[in-house]
Design a protein around this ligand. Structure first.
Ligand code: UTP
Length: 235
């Protein structure tokens, strides 16, 4: 396996569910995203996780109203994330497995023979960002790219605060403080990156690059490891 940071070190991308389905030109976007992942996956080992977004939250809300347990709600969320993985993986076609791996271990085993590998969630208790971080640690990835519905990490929530300022660089200590303040850990939670993921990446000193997932040119630059617009968390 290539060493962490080497030219062929694997890259992991966590694609937020709110990027995948916005209600605007979703099929066009997914088609272009599939092409991009196929291209980058052919250039080197690439694993993508897909989030559940508003669709998962809708099912989780209904399940909560029905009195389901947190574990059951997480499992419903996982099913939705896997549906999104299935859409992308089927569009990409071979060698990408069309049935998303259901564990980190399976995905790690698959990526060196069938890059890119696309998967959703794995087990209750975290989000697909957590899965991306677990994969990155196991694969000794050079970085994790978080493709999200904002253009980076801001000093306050940019949705609702037009004066919010994007932060180009953050240390892991600074970022983890923000994650602690923003994460609730309940099913269907939303924050730019989850707590488990931030802890794992900080400990392994794997950089996290946060970019707007709908800007495919910029996303491709971040995946290729060249200059991009967004936030770099490292150090
Ligand atoms: P997401 O990864 O989509 O979380 O998983 P999110 O915070 O809503 O992120 P966005 O909006 O897509 O970017 C949806 C839900 O599925 C469950 C959790 O309840 C999570 O909130 N889930 C997902 C798990 O329990 N385990 C997983 O591995 C993945």
């Amino acid at each position: 396996m290539p060493s962490a940071g080497g030219p062929l070190a694997p890259v992991v991308v966590s694609i937020g569910g709110s990027v995948l389905l916005t209600g605007e030109r979703d099929a066009d976007y997914l088609g272009e995203l599939a092409k991009l992942l196929a291209r980058r996956g052919a250039a080197g080992p690439l694993v993508a996780t897909t989030g559940g977004g508003p669709t998962a939250r809708r099912y989780i809300e209904i399940g909560r109203a029905l009195g389901l347990t947190d574990v059951e709600l997480d499992e419903i969320g996982i099913d939705v994330t896997r549906l999104h993985a299935r859409l992308l993986a089927s569009r990409i076609g071979p060698p990408t497995p069309s049935h998303p791996p259901s564990t980190v271990r399976e995905a790690v085993e698959a990526v060196h023979r069938s890059s890119p590998v696309i998967l959703g969630g794995t087990e209750p208790g975290h989000t697909t960002d957590g899965v991306a971080a677990l994969l990155a640690v196991r694969l000794r990835a050079s970085r994790v790219v978080n493709a999200t519905d904002v253009a980076g990490v801001y000093d306050r929530d940019p949705r609702g605060h037009p004066e919010a300022r994007r932060l180009d660089r953050l240390s892991w200590t600074e970022f983890r403080t923000m994650v602690e303040a923003g994460a609730s850990g309940t099913p269907g939670q939303t924050f730019v990156f989850d707590r488990l993921g931030a802890d794992l990446l900080a400990r392994a000193r794997i950089p996290l690059h946060v970019v707007a997932g709908r800007d495919l040119r910029n996303l491709e630059a971040a995946l290729a490891g060249v200059a991009f617009e967004g936030t770099r968390i490292e150090g």
